[in-house]
Structure formats: structure tokens, C-alpha cells
Ligand binder design. Structure first.
Ligand code: NAD
Ligand code: IPM
Ligand code: MN
Length: 351
């Protein structure tokens, strides 16, 4: 039986609670399949580690992670550490430098949409450029604390970076039943980077004649998501644009607690990282009530990436089933806690 080596990095807050739940479901998936096993190694990187050692990650983190087939991540962020430090020292240090450039955020509605639409209208695939753009890390502050202080965050777009994410998005769209891609942009105001973005989209479209595509400015895209969700299938956008749109999409489809995020290196030079879209949720951490579905769906996406499609499908079916039966947490109108919600999915999976 094949053994998959997984690096489990629960991180902080509810990240720890939902990762534990996802690992339980992975155990059930292994039991059900009988074709492979999973060896999950706990890696304690996060705010407690930072307070102990002075850094969120050891210097050799990339070589450590290279020995794993995939990474299961929870969330990072703590009330007593500035968010830009925790995020840039842990999660963003993995995404960009490890070239996990394709961030895939599927949206499905397992209950009632929070808008006037059918659940089937909210079946989207959001593709986020995950390595450059607004998150390039370039910028700085001059004359700190002076009246004439200037602060910049430089948006960096490269033809190579745009081309590879466009290719990925068109390919992803071509594999979906509707084969439609919406390219989100803001090329009216951002006249260099996002004009290049639109140009490369147009060029790439030529290689995918079976995919229909259109363009939408990001502000208008928020309207379209709410008012005409059935016109949307696959979406590609910049790092910051899809960050924002994916929270909106998840909320429209039910709850931020169900949304998964796959940070992929399509060239498979580095292990890909799977996580829920949500963060460490200061307001509910420690209460044991976080919705584990985002983390569990992320684990299913990890199995799919590793080639275990059957297990991935089985987990998705189990999620759909428990949602239908309202065996869910409070954010989705149920009354289960995190452990009970995960147990319901395991039970359904093993039926
Ligand atoms: P958040 O996603 O943590 O929480 C936003 C809201 O959604 C909160 O009301 C929270 O209770 C709710 N929520 C989130 N996940 C939920 C779940 N699984 N079940 C039920 N409710 C859930 O975003 P935030 O409040 O902006 O950020 C809190 C911290 O997390 C910050 O430090 C931020 O930087 C960090 N963050 C980390 C990640 C990540 O590690 N991937 C993502 C987003 C935010
Ligand atoms: C996400 C998060 C991160 C992002 C933050 C925490 C850096 O919001 O994964 O959506 O902006 O990418
Ligand atoms: Mn986000």
C-alpha cells in the first residue's frame, strides 16, 4: 500500500481545531479505501513556536517540507502579534518562495444560498494568482513617524507569472462541464500591470478554443456574484482580488467556514499546501465550535492532488450529506460542535 507523507501544520487558533478534525476524516478515508495509508507528521510552526524560538519557521523550512508529499495547513494569526508579521513570516513565506502559484478555491453551496439563487448556481472555481501582484512583498516606509512619511506596497506583475496562471485557469475551465472562464481585472484604473494581465489573457485564450471567456472589472464582479451567480463558472484574478472575492463567494454559498484553498505548484517541484480559506478566528478560538468543513474539504482536495480521486469524491459526498441533514456547526444553522461535525462526516464516509 502506498504511503503518503503529509506535513501537518495546524498553526494558530481555530486552525488547530479544524486540522485535528481534518486528520480524523483522513483516517476514515484511509480505512474506507484500504489502498493507501497516510503518515501525518505534526509540525508545530505558529505563534507559540515564534514566542519560544523567535521565528515562525526554521531557516531550513523548505528542505524540511520537500520531504513531504503535501502540506495540510490550519491558519496563522494571534491577537498579540501584528498580523503582517505572523502572515509574512509563515504562510506567505511558504506560498510565494515555494512557487505555489496556483491557488484554487472552489465554491459549492451545500445548503441554502444567502441570495436569491439556486444552490446549483453557486458552483464556481476561483483561481487566484498566488505568487506576485499585490503580494510581491516589495515596498517600504520612508521617514517612519514623520509627517512626510511615504509607504508603498508595490504590485509586481510579470508576463511569465500572468501567463502561467492564465494557462492554469483556462485548463481548469476546459475540464469543467460549462467550460467558461471570467477574467477579473481592474485595467481601467491600474494601467500597467492589469493591462498586461488582460493582454496575456487574450493571448492565452487562443490556445483554448473550447473555452468561452469574458472579462469583468473586479468591482462589477461583486455585483455579478450577487445578482447573476448563474453566469459564473471559473474565475481567474490577481492575488488580492481573489482573496477578497473568495470570502464573499464563501459567505454567499453558506459560510466562510466551508471554503477550501489549494496552493498548488503545478510543476510539482515543491509539495502543495492545502488549507481552509478562513483564518484563526479570534472571536471563536478555543470554544471548539469552528466549522471543520473548509479544512476537511481541503484535505479532500489534497487526496485528489495525490491521485486518490475516489476518496476525495467520497469525502465531498459525505460533506454534502451531513449538510443536507443539518448535522453541521452553528455558522450553518446547526447545533454541532467541531468534533461532532467531523464525526458525522466520518460516520457517513464509513457507511
Ligand atoms: P477569519 O477568517 O479568521 O474570521 C472571520 C469571521 O469568520 C470571524 O467572525 C470568524 O469567527 C468566522 N469564521 C472563520 N472561520 C470559521 C469557521 N471555520 N467556522 C465558523 N466561523 C468561522 O478572519 P479575520 O478575523 O480577518 O482574521 C483573524 C486572524 O486570522 C488574523 O490574524 C488574520 O490575519 C488571520 N488569517 C489567517 C488566514 C490563514 O492563515 N490562511 C486567513 C485569513 C485570516
Ligand atoms: C487567505 C488569507 C491570507 C491572504 C492572509 C491571511 C495573508 O486571507 O488565505 O485568504 O491574504 O492570502
Ligand atoms: Mn483571505
Amino acid at each position: 500500500r502506498h504511503v503518503y507523507r503529509i506535513a501537518s501544520i495546524p498553526g494558530d487558533g481555530i486552525g488547530i481545531e479544524v486540522t485535528e478534525a481534518a486528520l480524523e476524516v483522513l483516517k476514515a478515508a484511509v480505512q474506507k479505501s484500504g489502498k493507501y495509508t497516510i503518515e501525518a507528521t505534526h509540525i508545530p510552526w505558529g505563534t507559540a513556536f515564534y514566542k519560544e524560538t523567535g521565528s515562525y519557521l526554521p531557516d531550513d523550512f523548505r528542505s524540511t517540507l520537500k520531504s513531504y508529499d503535501a502540506i495540510l495547513f490550519g491558519a496563522v494569526g494571534a491577537p498579540d502579534v501584528p498580523d503582517h508579521i505572523s502572515l509574512w513570516e509563515l504562510l506567505l513565506k511558504m506560498r510565494g518562495p515555494m512557487q505555489l502559484y496556483a491557488n484554487v478555491r472552489p465554491i459549492r453551496c451545500f445548503t441554502k444560498p444567502r441570495l436569491d439563487a439556486e444552490p446549483a448556481h453557486l458552483d464556481w472555481l476561483l483561481v487566484r494568482e498566488n505568487s506576485e501582484g499585490e503580494y510581491s512583498g516589495h515596498g517600504g516606509r520612508s521617514h517612519v513617524d514623520q509627517n512626510w512619511e511615504v509607504a508603498t506596497d508595490t504590485n509586481v506583475y510579470t508576463r511569465h507569472g500572468i501567463r502561467r496562471i492564465m494557462k492554469f485557469a483556462f485548463e481548469a475551465a476546459s475540464k469543467r462541464p460549462r467550460k467558461h472562464l471570467t477574467v477579473v481585472s481592474k485595467s481601467n484604473a491600474l494601467r500597467y500591470g492589469l493591462v498586461l494581465w488582460d493582454e496575456v489573457a487574450k493571448e492565452t485564450a487562443k490556445d483554448f478554443p473550447d473555452v468561452t471567456w469574458d472579462k469583468e472589472l473586479v468591482d462589477a464582479m461583486t455585483i455579478r456574484m450577487v445578482q447573476k451567480p448563474w453566469t459564473i463558472d471559473t474565475v481567474v484574478g490577481t492575488n488580492l482580488h481573489i482573496d477578497i472575492l473568495s470570502d464573499l463567494a464563501a459567505a454567499l454559498a453558506g459560510s466562510i467556514g466551508i471554503a477550501p484553498s489549494a496552493n498548488l505548484d503545478p510543476e510539482r517541484q515543491n509539495p502543495s499546501l492545502f488549507e481552509p480559506v478562513h483564518g484563526s478566528a479570534f472571536d471563536i478560538m478555543g470554544k471548539g465550535i469552528a466549522n471543520p468543513i473548509g479544512a476537511i474539504w481541503a484535505a479532500a482536495n489534497m487526496l485528489e492532488w495525490l491521485g486518490e480521486q475516489e476518496s476525495a469524491d467520497a469525502i465531498l459526498n459525505a460533506i454534502a450529506h451531513v449538510c443536507n441533514e443539518k448535522k453541521v456547526t452553528a455558522d450553518m444553522g446547526g447545533d454541532l460542535n467541531t468534533k461532532q461535525a467531523a464525526a458525522a462526516i466520518c460516520e457517513q464516509l464509513l457507511k
